[in-house]
Design a binder for this molecule. Structure first.
Ligand code: GCV
Length: 719
């Protein structure tokens, strides 16, 4: 090889290296710890690595430790040292059953406090030798312990005297992929579906393994592979073979696969004349289909069903109800330990009632009638994943039914993958909300973790924001929402601040001058977005169909509740949806304490003002401004906040690799532009009704309302 070729080879290697920072590695960067004394401190506590047991899961844990420790500490640790020859400062890894008796007996107390998926990370001294033990009751518990141990080092925490005992508070922690078999993703903004159905089962994309690893690192233990607007073909042998291939990859990472079940599948792929849930032929068809699935996927998780919602078939097509449908499927999966997640996202074109009331009206009368292996999956709010919604009233109204939370991680109503919005803040607003079902402190978190009503089956679902884009989520910042969802599904009591802190340090840097400003910007990002899109309780005023950009003027769609005008109800008097006792009375679906608070203009939190009340333009807000002025100033504030986020990020250049720095910067610039678009379009439109001028401090729009109304986006993604 001549010198010239050598040089080219060298440049190629450098170039390949730069790919390491394209976001693919997510929060598992394992960057080398430059601070020598800190690095040495860690090294002094981990001199050898000893695995007990050699299951696939334990080997994954071992590889992860080697990868993480050599990345961060720059040394490759010896793995298989002789177990009888334990030296000082050994890192021991193994489940309760595989650890040597003298080690496991030291952890007896800890083992008694964790569940099957919990883990222990403990510093012990055995026969005068210092060790750190990572253990759990199961191998998957150990794997969770490994990821948590590595996170300690990634976030520069001390590992001197460890005594960490942790276990998930929720049982089912699943991603919902709204991925179609043709690789389009409903409401997906990060490229094509990661499931390459055409080439499965024989072609195993490395992504599947990396996906499983990333999920395991945050405790996600299930994935629903396909869209809730389901295609029955996924249940045919041709596709089940592909599903099996994915299940085999995910299994050692503690991840189960689930599928959405199209209610009419017995007709579409089974050749039956009906899908009536009380028909013997249909019942048997689902039982046989389920048995067929479990034969090839013994740990199959179960079904997720969207029934009688937005055109999907369901039991009501046969004059049956949700209980009939859900229980029929639940019986089919029960012998195998499977579950049914039955969605409560329903609203009917035949129900003239306020859409916000419909799911409650349909489901609450069935409280206590579902089988034990049914979880009712409820969206965080009663409309549909709006930038801000009050908690869904169903959470305070079904004590005899296990309810699971459905959050949306993908940003259908939040600027697609372009806008950098840190969603754990929103998830926490809902989890911390008080339903008052059993008096004060009956939070939504306590409802879904089962502690309020002593429920065994619990869960949280997140509609995935993952796609085939190299950085997984279309915007590096939105990896934080996947991360945060997983962390909150594990423990809904974590704070969004802690989650942001962990994510920033694991993804970018521990430098304080980076962590603090970026954390501040992340924590403020939801409020900024609410301000420039839907301040003061406004909702669903996005353009229709794709939901990209503002569309408060849309009024021509066939169903009233598909039109933004239905939600904001702006007129010469004022603006907002009256859901008080003098309006639709949606407030009555909450416990009396909550209903009273929302019902009264004086006590209704201003962030939900226009959600519950139609308010006069001259109404005085708490800050003394009129509603019109206050609203206009909120829109402006949102724009200013994005400008500040952009400024913060621009100053972060020294701390971030160029590719990720520049991508985030470009996206923030787009967000800034679109925040102004939202402000101008909405204020010009509402101004037609308020007939008031913009207050001081609000920038004048540079385009006309006609211009904004004329904008069309026929190819907006995710639609
Ligand atoms: C998967 C909203 C979305 C739909 C989605 C639906 C649901 O209506 O716009 O794309 O369908 O919610 O959650 O079922």
């Amino acid at each position: 090889m001549n010198r010239y070729r050598l040089l080219i080879l060298f440049l190629c290697i450098i170039n390949l290296n730069s790919f390491a920072k394209d976001g693919y590695k997510l929060w598992l960067q394992y960057d080398f710890i430059e601070n020598e004394s800190l690095r040495k401190e860690y090294q002094s506590h981990i001199k050898r690595l000893i695995p007990f047991g050699d299951s696939e899961t334990i080997n994954i844990g071992l590889n992860e430790l080697e990868r993480g420790l050599s990345g961060m500490l720059g040394e490759v640790y010896l793995s298989k040292v002789n177990k009888s020859n334990i030296n000082d400062y050994v890192l021991v890894l193994g489940s309760k059953a595989s650890l040597s008796h003298d080690i496991s007996s030291l952890l007896e107390k800890e083992f008694n406090t964790i569940n099957e998926e919990g883990f222990i990370i403990k510093s012990i001294t055995l026969k005068g030798k210092k060790q750190i033990v990572i253990s759990g009751k199961t191998d998957v518990g150990v794997l969770y312990g490994v990821f948590n141990f590595l996170r300690l080092i990634q976030t520069n925490k001390s590992i001197k005297n460890l005594s960490i005992v942790d276990a998930p508070k929720l049982k089912v922690r699943v991603l919902n992929h709204w991925d179609n078999l043709d690789r389009t993703v409903e409401r997906g903004y990060s490229g094509a579906s990661i499931w390459d159905w055409h080439r499965l089962p024989d072609y195993i994309d490395q992504r599947y393994i990396d996906y499983a690893r990333a999920n395991a690192s945050i405790g996600i233990n299930g994935t629903v592979l396909n869209n809730v607007n389901a295609n029955a073909l996924i249940l045919t042998p041709q596709y089940l073979e592909k599903v099996k291939a994915l299940a085999n990859i995910f299994r050692p990472y503690g991840i189960k696969v689930y599928l959405t079940a199209r209610f009419s599948a017995p007709i579409e792929i089974g050749g039956l004349k009906t899908a009536d849930p009380l028909d013997a032929g249909v019942i048997n068809w689902w039982k046989d289909k389920t048995a067929e699935i479990y034969k090839s996927i013994p740990d199959f998780g179960g079904f997720l069903v969207k029934a009688n919602s937005e055109g999907q078939p369901g039991p009501q097509n046969y004059d049956r109800n949700h209980v009939d449908g859900a229980n029929m499927m639940a019986e089919a999966v029960a012998p195998f330990g499977g579950i049914v997640m039955w969605r409560a996202f329903v609203y009917s074109e035949h129900d003239a009632n306020d859409r916000a009331k419909q799911a409650y009206t349909e489901f609450v009368p069935y409280d206590g009638q579902f089988k034990d292996n049914v979880l009712i999956q409820v969206k965080n709010g009663a409309i549909d994943f709006q930038p801000r919604e009050p908690f869904h009233p169903m959470f305070g109204a079904m004590p005899k039914t296990p309810l699971m939370m459905e959050f949306q991680i993908t940003q259908e109503y939040l600027g697609c993958s372009t806008h950098s919005v840190f969603l754990p803040t929103m998830y926490k607003e809902v989890l911390d909300a008080d339903t008052y079902r059993k008096g004060k402190a009956s939070t939504v978190a306590k409802v879904i973790d089962g502690t309020l009503d002593n429920k065994k089956l619990t869960g949280m679902a997140g509609v995935s924001n993952i796609g085939a884009d190299r950085n997984w989520t279309g915007n590096v910042f939105l990896q934080a929402n996947w991360y945060g969802f997983g962390r909150l599904a594990w423990n809904p009591y974590l704070t969004s601040e802690n989650i942001a802190d962990e994510w920033i340090k694991s993804t970018f840097s521990n430098a304080n001058d980076f962590v603090q400003p970026v954390k501040e910007f992340m924590l403020a990002s939801l409020e900024a977005t609410v301000n420039y899109m839907t301040p003061l309780g406004l909702h669903h005023i996005m353009a229709t169909g794709h939901h990209y950009g503002p569309g408060p003027w849309v009024s021509n769609l066939s169903r009233p509740e598909w039109n933004p005008v239905y939600y904001h109800k702006a007129d010469a008097q004022g603006i907002g949806f009256d859901r008080s006792t003098s309006g639709s009375n949606a407030v009555e679906q909450y416990a009396p304490e909550v209903a009273k608070m929302f019902n009264d203009l004086n006590t209704c939190p201003e962030e939900f003002l226009l959600w519950f009340h139609h308010v006069a333009w001259d109404y005085k807000l708490k800050n003394g401004k009129t509603l019109w002025d206050g609203m206009a100033l909120k829109y402006q504030e949102g724009v200013n906040q994005v400008e500040a986020m952009l400024k913060t990020w621009n100053a972060m250049k020294p701390y971030v690799d160029f590719q990720r720095y520049n991508e985030v910067k470009m996206l923030l610039n787009i967000q800034y532009k679109e925040a102004k678009w939202w402000r101008d379009a909405c204020l010009l439109y509402f101004q037609q009704y308020s007939k008031k001028t913009l207050p001081k401090g609000v920038e004048a729009p540079t385009k006309t309302l006609n211009y904004f109304e004329s904008l069309k986006f026929p190819f907006a993604p995710g639609n």
